[in-house]
Design a binder for this molecule. Structure first.
Ligand code: PAF
Length: 323
């Protein structure tokens, strides 16, 4: 009996020790609501990461830009004052200039093309460039193809957009591209946008359907045009301050969880694209579904010479060539 009690007591002691094992809580921030594509992707990542590390790591989520705009959050992750950000590439080029190539308008044909590029050698090469700048990109998540909304008029073709004052991300590639459509780009951090639209400081904005839905832009914008003028990738970025402390097994658990989070985020983008237009119509938006895309492509074509000079014509062609 004495012999039996000993191992049982030891097991109990180990279980108790397991119960009080050190748990690290990581702060993750993103711009939109907990129910949005960013929230869905982040939640799956957090759950899987907690499971994969047997509960030694867990997340505290900060949706709705509670930790600041995307630019501020990327900076905080680089500094190690925030642990994780799920962010679009919009402001990322200010930290890792090579990433700006993916923000070129009309570079990607469709979701299949964009996801193949981001998950393939080109996307992996950009992840390495990010790591060299102190940003560990665990996986490319997704924001989606961007569409224009405004309070003034329906946009059927590029000339309809001309003269509209539109909020853009703080992204020079976007701004240079959009100027060719004749719009007046007004860079602004996302947390300021709803009020700017409400007060008429800007006429419009451009964002993917999941953002338009989650941010309730139907309350302040009458017209939506499915321009799909640029793909907006996103990234789940971890601070090197956390990454460098992880064991090889925990690094694998984080990376695997990020892949699952990215898949869930992309699925939510698909679902919102499929169901969101009807919802936005029911909320009163007038939607132009058949936009003259060719008029936008023609307008932006001359800007490609400058993009080729900045990023290399071969690099742009390599992205376009991915089938
Ligand atoms: O428009 C933006 O700034 C971005 O698309 C957003 C909404 C912050 C999501 O990444």
């Amino acid at each position: 009996m004495k012999q039996l009690i000993k191992p049982i007591a030891l097991a109990a002691m180990l279980a108790a020790a397991g119960g009080v094992q050190a748990q690290t809580v990581l702060k993750i921030g993103y711009a939109t609501t907990a129910a949005s594509h960013y929230g869905v992707g982040s939640t799956v990542f957090c759950e899987e990461m907690e499971k994969g590390t047997q509960g030694r790591y867990k997340c505290q989520q900060f949706p709705n830009s509670a930790l600041g705009g995307e630019r501020e959050m990327i900076e905080a992750v680089q500094l190690g004052t925030q642990d994780i950000v799920n962010t679009s590439t919009g402001p990322l080029g200010n930290f890792v200039p090579e990433v700006k190539i993916v923000d070129i308008p009309f570079l990607f044909r469709d979701y299949d093309h964009a996801r193949k590029v981001m998950d393939g050698p080109i996307g992996q090469d950009l992840q390495k460039k990010m790591e060299a700048k102190g940003l560990i990109n665990l996986a490319w998540t997704e924001n989606g193809f961007r569409h224009m909304t405004n309070s003034k008029r329906p946009i059927n073709q590029a000339t309809d957009a001309s003269g509209l004052k539109m909020r853009t991300m703080e992204n020079k590639v976007h701004m240079d591209g959009y100027k060719t459509f004749g719009i007046l780009p007004t860079p602004m951090a996302f947390p300021e946008l709803f009020t700017a639209l409400q007060q008429g400081t800007v006429d419009g904005q451009e964002n993917p359907i999941p953002v338009i839905l989650a941010s309730k832009f139907s309350q302040v914008q009458k017209h939506l045009s499915l321009t799909g003028h640029v793909y907006s990738p996103a990234a789940l970025i971890l601070s090197p301050a956390v990454w460098n402390k992880l064991s090889a097994a925990d690094k694998a658990a984080f990376t695997d969880a990020a892949k699952k989070g990215a898949a869930a985020q992309r699925k939510k983008v698909n679902d919102d694209e499929n169901n969101g237009i009807a919802q936005l119509k029911s909320e009163g938006m007038q939607v132009i579904e058949k936009v003259d895309g060719e008029s936008f492509r023609k307008a932006v074509a001359p800007a490609y010479a400058a993009f080729a000079k900045e990023f290399g014509a071969d690099k742009i062609a390599a992205i376009q060539a991915v089938k």
